[in-house]
Design a protein around this ligand. Sequence first.
Ligand code: FES
Ligand SMILES: [Fe+2]
Length: 468
Amino acid sequence: MGTALVTWRPSPCIRQRRVYTARQARNSERWHVACRLKWRLIMLTAEQNELLCRIGPGTPMGEVVRRYWVPALLSWELTPDGAPVPFRLLGEDLVAFKDTSGRIGVLQSFCAHRATPLWLGRNEENGLRCLYHGWKYDVEGNCVDQMNEPEELRFQEKIKIRSYPNVEVGEVVWVYFGPADRQPPPPNFEWTQVPPTHRDVSKVVQDCNWVQAVEGGIDPSHAPVLHGAISVDAGPEAGLHPTYASMRAKPGTYEINRTDYGHEFWAVRPLPAEGKELVLSHHFVAPWTQIRSVQKPYRSPGHMYVPIDDEHCMVWNWEYSFGDEPLSDSERESADIGMANGPSAVDQKTFRSKIGAEQEWGLDREYQKTMSYSGIKGVNLQDRAVQEAVGPIVDRSVERLGAADQPIIQLRQVLFDAVKMVADGGDPPGTGTSYYGLRGIAKILEAGSDYKAQTLDAMHPAEFAGSR
Ligand code: FES
Ligand SMILES: [Fe+2]
């Protein structure tokens, strides 16, 4: 546990053009481990893979992920005295309800009496009442009434079921599973702090372990391949249009800085015909968040890949505007249809993709020949296909990782280090507030530009939504 999987050696060919402001230099000293590096890999053993992936109660990685606010439900799923919602998270079965006063309760899924699922129950008069014999629970799990017991016995006072703290931030209900004295500050990512007119958030179940989903998210080299459209006549559901800079750019170089929240990352890809470079940056915020860049002003979308259990995860997707203009209708439509993350592509009760493994993710061989590299319609459905098809927990002992896999190597190291930090009594990365204002920034620069000097301030803005 905690042993280094990767042996890092500084490369002699480090690009010597870093320019920092005083603030960045301070941060650099404190947090950043520069890693434009050569590396020597030791592949993951089966035992290390288990350690990385399994998050049930009592497992080492389970102890880590229980130290964060976990996105659980979209706010609209709960209404005062509305239907209780059953769900599974971190391998635990739970039920949530919003009571008459608007408070949210997140409770164990079953009744303390004889284990009847509470989602069947009646949500009324500030409590959730079991359907079988009428035991009633408040949002803190206290049993406040029993319809089948004599009142004078006061048996109810001895009954309490598990309940979890929760917060509603950015139209999402987040739950905390960890020790009370280690509860982190609220998960105020910038996308949660803008008005609803400026935000689109969705979720979809993915039938695979959460780590391979995170790895797919931060994988910097797959987009122009898996997500590439191959015809100028292709629509947005095919993927990246062939005219986009990200499709024209050549494979490039990468830089990663380890930070106190995870890592920051740059891909620098040549556009030789124009004498320019495409710079795409992202942040990884432990343990499961990627903040991405797109070539659109005032936009920084992202994902969270949250374990439902060891073999399923919930992929959360957000788009938002940090400018004055709200998201446009066409942007919302693109999130729904182009990305395959909205009601057109995902059942809004089960949050399962309408097209999945049983339909071979909609793979169409004719479409593959003529329109899109993948043959699959919907950008994130393309991701779901490759991440699910590999099996519920990928065997990492057979991998051959290359230069383009540096963020994936770094991600695993961050997670293994987090296991050690928690086991040693510390707090894992990403449990402070340093990630609140992070943005991913994309730019086309003159070849040979100092890409960090031209992106770093915008990636860590001093002022952002929610900063005042
Ligand atoms: S099982 Fe719930 S009240 Fe009896
Ligand atoms: Fe992708």
